[in-house]
Write a protein that binds this ligand. Structure first.
Ligand code: UGA
Length: 439
């Protein structure tokens, strides 16, 4: 078993650290935030992620994992240091690498024995060559250090499961030593490993995420056409999915993809291409479709209602997908301000995301409109004039069509996640608008 340090305790770093401990490695997670470190030591996860806390507590009790702000002590004797810090999007769409650079410098100044630095964060192709050079330039002790790429494929909400049962582990190395060490570190996971060079590994991450984003945008594009020609996108997707070359996943049309990955990684790859004088037309199309898709239902409802001024608007779901409290690039963040500008009286429900949303739109008067956060679907729907569904939470899916009819003043529903069958809603007397299906 190996001595592993992990830099950054966000989704990528913390989940990786906990899973390395779970398979038996000795792990120290490093974060600059002392409060967060103390919270983690007490067995509480700073992120909402199924199963994570239990594994944190189990491995902390078994003394296989610890948390610290003291990077020097964590790095100096590590066999491998995994970097999982953020690479947020800059205004021009490129990736901001300043967190990676800070960690790289700390590593260079700390390590006292040969060490493999493994970058899990999503970085533009070629970055890890630079990270390696940067570490060499600042290296204090006479030790061997090499950088490997090991992109992460976990999805929020199922991060622990995705890591322990990954479909593949990608390792990108430039030497036999690095390749063999990473292979040994991952051996206890007993998962398929694809070993390539460093730049290919970096590219695999972007190419995978952007392909999935493209798949979603393609289905959204087809959905919009389905509406015009009188087809049903769910039936179309079902028919397509029997072709193994297409597969049955990520074919759900809706109000566009959100989250911290697809929007950022599509723009980043487009940017990388631009820097090389190439236009990545397919990815650009995925970005364009997604932009329009997010406010599609608002635009439809605007035509139907003329104004939202003074109307009670129920909003069900605020997060970018169920199973997370993350709001990044969520459709709600685009639609709620539009509704508020129009003077809507919003009653918003989300089982976990409401307090984060309230940081952006505090409860009460917001410009011409008003927003109230409620703790159940019934309160949101009660006497509402119109309802928008932005996230397919289980609590939202559990609402029967009859409830909309019973609770709302006018049962008018705009569903961005195609939760209900058109016939059921019609039978219940609900005016129902969804994506890619005839109303
Ligand atoms: C995504 C990828 O799925 C992971 O493989 C990847 O590791 C991760 O990004 C990352 O780069 O870190 P995540 O952003 O957590 O994971 O969420 P997804 O479940 O992929 O959903 C992204 C968005 O696409 C959501 O807004 C979701 O509602 C939307 N989506 C997904 C659709 O609109 N239709 C679909 O069929 C599937």
């Amino acid at each position: 078993m190996y001595k592993i340090a992990v830099a950054g305790t966000g989704y990528v770093g913390l989940v990786a650290g906990v899973c390395f401990a779970e398979v038996g490695h000795q792990v120290t997670c490093v974060d600059i935030d002392e409060k967060k470190v103390n919270v983690m030591k007490s067995g509480v996860s700073p992120i909402y992620e199924t199963g994570l806390e239990k594994l944190m507590q189990k491995n902390y009790a078994a003394e296989r994992i610890d948390y610290t702000t003291d990077y020097n002590s964590a790095y100096k004797n590590a066999d491998a240091i995994f970097i999982g810090v953020g690479t947020p999007e800059r205004r021009d769409g490129s990736a901001n690498l300043s967190y990676i650079a800070t960690v790289a410098r700390q590593i260079a100044e700390s390590i006292e024995k040969d060490c493999l630095v493994v970058v899990k964060s999503t970085v533009p192709v070629g970055t890890n060559d630079k990270v390696e050079q940067f570490i060499q330039d600042f290296l204090v002790n006479d030790v061997k250090v090499e950088v490997a790429s090991n992109p992460e494929f976990l999805a929020q909400g199922s991060a622990v499961h995705d890591t322990l049962h990954a479909e593949r582990i990608i390792i990108g190395t430039e030497s036999k030593w690095a390749e063999e060490l990473l292979m040994k570190i991952y051996k206890p996971f007993n998962l398929p490993i694809v070993s390539v060079n460093r730049r290919s590994a970096e590219m695999i991450k972007y190419a995978s995420n952007d392909f999935l984003a493209l798949k979603i945008s393609y289905m959204n594009d087809i959905a919009n056409l389905c509406e015009l020609v009188g087809a049903d996108v769910q039936d179309v997707a079902k028919g397509m999915s029997y072709d193994a070359r297409i597969g049955n996943k990520f074919l759900n049309a809706g109000i566009g993809y959100g989250g911290s990955c697809f929007p950022k990684d599509t723009k980043a790859l487009e940017n990388i291409a631009k820097q090389h004088g190439y236009e990545l037309r397919t990815v650009k199309a995925a970005i364009d479709v997604n932009k329009d898709q997010k406010t599609l239902l608002y635009k439809k409802a605007s035509k139907r209602l003329i104004t939202f001024n003074g109307l009670k608007v129920a909003v069900l779901g605020l997060t970018f997908k169920p199973g997370t409290d993350d709001l990044r690039e969520a459709a709600s963040l685009e639609n709620v301000p539009l509704l508020l500008e129009q003077g809507a009286d919003i009653y918003a429900y989300d089982p976990v995301g409401a307090s984060n949303f309230a940081k952006v739109h505090p409860e009460g008067k917001n410009g011409k409109g008003n927003i109230t956060y409620v703790t159940n679907v019934k309160e949101a729907l009660d006497s509402a004039n119109v309802c928008f569904i932005f996230t397919e939470w289980g609590e939202v899916k559990a609402v029967t069509p009859g409830k909309y009819r019973e609770l709302m003043r006018t049962p008018l529903v705009y569903d961005g996640r195609n939760i209900y069958s058109i016939d059921e809603m019609k039978e219940a007397g609900v005016e129902y608008h969804s994506i890619g299906r005839k109303a």
